[in-house]
Design a protein around this ligand. Structure first.
Ligand SMILES: Nc1nc2c(ncn2[C@@H]2O[C@H](COP(=O)(O)OP(=O)(O)OP(=O)(O)O)[C@@H](O)[C@H]2O)c(=O)[nH]1
Ligand SMILES: [Mg+2]
Length: 290
C-alpha cells in the first residue's frame, strides 16, 4: 500500500484545479493514512478556506498548510531520569512490536550519559526465550539484567530491580513486559499487578508507562493504545520499525485522539537505531514534499 506521502505526491502531481473533487480525494488520502475521519474532514475544510483566500495556492503551499494544521495535535515528550531517584520505565505493547529490542536500545541510550545505574528488568517471564534474549542484550551492552525463572511473577522481578536500584542510591529500571493483547483479561490483571508494584517502588513522578507501537500498523495501533491506556494508563508512545516504507500516521492519531505524546522513535535493529521523537520531522515525512 502506498504511504500517505506517496498518495499526496501523486494527488498533487497532476495538473488540476484545487476544486471540490481534489479536496474530497485529499480527505480520503488522509483517512487512509490513519489521520482519522473526523480530523481529516476538519483539516481539509480549513485548508479549502485557506486555498480559496489565496487563490494562487501552490502544491507546496497545500502541503505546508497541511503540516502546519497537523502540528498542534502532535504531542511529544522527552524522559529525563532524575539523579538520586528511582525511576521505572515500564515498556508495554502487543506481540512482536519491538519491546525487548527497544528496552535494550533505551538502556544503552540512558546509560551513555543520561542516567546513572541503569538496569533492565526481565518482566516477560511468559515467553520461554524472552529472559535469555534480554540476558544476551545485557551482556553485549554491559548492562545488568534482573531476572527470575521462566513462569515466575513479573511483578516480583520489577520489585527486585527497583529495590536493587534504590539500594544503590537511585537509578533507572527499564522493564520489559510480555505482549498479550489477544487475552485482554489476563493482560489487564498481570499488568495492573506490575503497575501497582512499580508505582509503589518508584519515586514520585519517576514512573512512566511507555507503549511500543509498530509504525507499520494502521488504525489498529490506536485501538492498541486505547486498550493499554484503559488498563494501566500510558504516558508516552515509542514508535518502532520506522525504517520500513510502510509506516503510517498512527503516532499522530494516538496523540490527537488520546492525547498521548510520542517520546522515541526506533528505526532499525542496531542498538543505536533510536532517537528522540521530533514532531515537525515526523509530520514532514508523513506528509512529504511536492
Ligand atoms: N527494522 C526494524 N526492526 C525492528 C525494530 N525494532 C524491533 N525490530 C525487530 O522486530 C522483531 C521483534 O522485536 P522484539 O524486540 O523481540 O519484539 P517484542 O515486542 O519484544 O516481541 P514479543 O516479546 O514476542 O512480544 C525483531 O526481529 C527485531 O529485530 C526497528 O526499529 N526496525
Ligand atoms: Mg519481547
Amino acid at each position: 500500500m502506498a504511504s500517505l506521502a506517496e498518495k499526496l505526491k501523486s494527488l498533487l502531481g497532476i495538473a488540476r484545479p484545487f476544486d471540490e473533487s481534489f479536496f474530497e480525494e485529499l480527505t480520503d488520502a488522509l483517512i487512509e493514512g490513519d489521520i482519522g475521519a473526523k480530523t481529516a474532514v476538519e483539516l481539509v475544510d480549513e485548508l479549502e478556506k485557506t486555498c480559496r483566500q489565496k487563490c494562487t495556492a501552490s502544491r507546496e503551499a497545500v502541503l505546508e498548510s497541511l503540516r502546519d494544521a497537523l502540528l498542534p495535535y502532535m504531542r511529544s515528550t522527552e524522559l529525563k531520569p532524575e539523579a538520586g531517584k528511582t525511576s521505572i520505565y515500564l515498556v508495554l505493547g502487543v506481540n512482536g512490536v519491538g519491546k525487548t529490542t527497544t528496552v535494550a536500545k533505551l538502556a544503552r541510550f540512558f546509560r551513555d550519559g543520561r542516567a546513572k545505574n541503569v538496569v533492565i528488568a526481565a518482566c516477560d517471564t511468559f515467553r520461554a526465550a524472552a529472559i535469555e534474549q534480554l540476558a544476551i542484550h545485557g551482556e553485549r551492552l554491559g548492562i545488568r539484567v534482573i531476572m527470575h525463572q521462566h513462569g515466575s511473577d513479573p511483578a516480583a522481578v520489577a520489585f527486585d530491580a527497583a529495590a536493587s536500584v534504590s539500594a544503590h542510591g537511585g537509578g533507572l529500571v527499564l522493564a520489559d513486559t510480555a505482549g498479550r493483547l489477544h487475552n485482554k483479561e489476563n493482560l489487564i490483571h498481570e499488568l495492573q499487578k506490575i503497575d501497582r508494584v512499580a508505582a509503589s517502588k518508584a519515586d514520585a513522578g519517576c514512573y512512566k508507562k511507555l507503549l511500543v507501537v509498530d509504525a507499520t500498523t494502521g488504525q489498529n495501533a490506536l485501538r492498541q493504545a486505547e486498550v493499554f491506556h484503559e488498563a494501566v494508563g500510558v504516558d508516552a508512545v515509542i514508535l518502532t520499525k520506522y525504517d520500513s516504507t510502510a509506516r503510517g500516521g498512527s503516532a499522530f492519531s494516538i496523540s490527537k485522539e488520546l492525547s498521548i505524546p510520542a517520546a522515541y522513535i526506533g528505526f532499525g535493529e542496531k542498538y543505536s537505531d533510536i532517537g528522540v521523537f521530533n514532531p515537525a520531522q515526523y509530520l514532514a515525512e508523513l506528509v512529504g514534499s511536492a
